[in-house]
Design a protein around this ligand. Structure first.
Ligand code: CP3
Length: 350
């Protein structure tokens, strides 16, 4: 198997810098669109054979060094008891919004092998189909990012309802976060048991806070999940599965992220990755950090930026190349294919 990605996560010597791409399965690929023509997005997530098929597409097409489970961070919200819909125009809708004690008390901590069995089935199919190829990354939303969708009822611009709950009713916020944290912890354990070989925790909106608020209202719950996962892997005698912590806007809060306990820290493109490595303490593996929209540059200019990221990242104990956030639907697939080839060629050790 190509285990370059797992080796880099562990800070071991690698023959070249591994790369995978956030949102590597998705609408920018015609092959994905062809599957999506037949079924809506939620049905795709809940049909293990199809979810496995679109998970493998970018491995075949792009030659990336890891596959990421095809699913969505909002799947556990439905399992906790909310209604989930994906609308073509406005994105995800969760109802009724979790804003008062009644609706939060009504949410449950699900048994993942019962309520989200389709995810674990997808992982089990993928481990069979990927044998001898690349490792499989599982994932979940971080409690705070998940909570924003539950409290706002969907996507938000300024997170007014979320911040109001935090500031006006901190006990209610904490009760919601404790439930989500328990649900996500169980969900990630189930993914690891089913065969996920690394897990990424997506905290897309964590960067909307001041450093102090980030620590108290977002990071503290992630720390609990990471501590519990590590303890559980040890007691189960399970091989240590690397934990990647990705925050959407990292520049203001790297000193906080440093304390997360994650094996790998994601870095976005708003900061040079060598500066981020220093502020993370210099001893943690990093993942990132090309601006996703730089994939619209001509390929020779993309190559200059790839060289720049590779050389800046060389001071870290390990580097996994990625974009600073997800690839956008309008991206030319040929440039993504070229990016993977460039990273492999330019980072190859003699
Ligand atoms: O390839 C992969 O990375 C795996 C699949 C994956 C999806 N969503 C598929 C998806 C992953 C890891 C996610 C995570 C996710 N989902 C995040 C965190 C990652 C990030 O980008 O910060 C968030 C915030 C969500 C919530 C979500 N899902 C929104 C806001 C939307 C609508 C906006 C959009 O991009 O369409 C989705 C839908 C979604 N999730 C799609 C895909 C491929 C598009 C659905 C379609 O096919 O129409």
């Amino acid at each position: 198997m190509n285990d370059t990605f797992l080796k880099a996560c562990r800070g071991e010597e690698v023959p070249y810098t591994p790369i995978w791409i956030m949102r590597q399965a998705g609408r920018y690929l015609d092959q994905y669109q062809n599957v999506r023509k037949k079924v809506d997005f939620l049905t795709l997530c809940k049909t293990p054979d199809l979810a496995a098929e679109v998970t493998i597409q970018p491995v075949d097409i792009l030659n990336v060094d890891a596959a990421i489970l095809f699913s969505d961070i909002l799947i556990p919200c439905e399992a906790m008891g909310m209604n989930l819909e994906f609308q073509e125009s406005s994105g995800p809708v969760l109802s009724p919004a979790a804003r008062d004690k009644n609706s939060i008390d009504g949410l449950s901590v699900p048994d993942p092998e019962d309520k989200m069995k389709f995810v674990m089935d997808t992982i089990r199919i993928l481990r069979k189909e990927l044998t001898g190829r690349v490792p499989l990354i599982g994932f979940a939303g971080a409690p705070f990012t998940t909570a924003t969708y539950m409290i706002e009822g969907g996507t938000s611009k300024n997170f007014l309802n979320t911040k109001r709950m935090i500031y006006e009713n901190p006990d209610l916020y904490k009760s919601l976060m404790d439930k989500i944290t328990a649900a996500i912890t169980g969900y990630l354990k189930a993914q690891v048991s089913a065969g996920a070989q690394a897990v990424q925790i997506f905290d897309t909106w964590g960067g909307i806070f001041s450093p102090g608020d980030f620590r108290e209202y977002a990071l503290s719950y992630v720390i609990k999940i990471i501590e519990e996962l590590k303890k559980w892997m040890k007691t189960e005698n399970h091989e240590h599965v690397p934990i990647i912590y990705f925050v959407g806007e990292t520049a203001g809060i790297l000193e906080e992220i440093r304390t997360s306990g994650a094996d790998v820290c994601g870095v976005d493109w708003r900061i040079n990755i060598d500066d981020a490595i220093k502020r993370l303490g210099g001893d943690v593996v990093v993942q990132g950090n090309l601006d996703p929209l730089s994939l619209f540059l001509p390929q020779d200019r993309i190559e200059e930026r790839v060289k720049d990221v590779l050389s800046r990242a060389s001071s870290a104990p390990g580097h996994i190349f990625n974009l600073g956030h997800g690839v956008v639907p309008q991206t030319p697939p040929d440039n993504v294919i070229a990016l993977v080839e460039m990273v492999h060629r330019l980072s190859k050790k003699q």
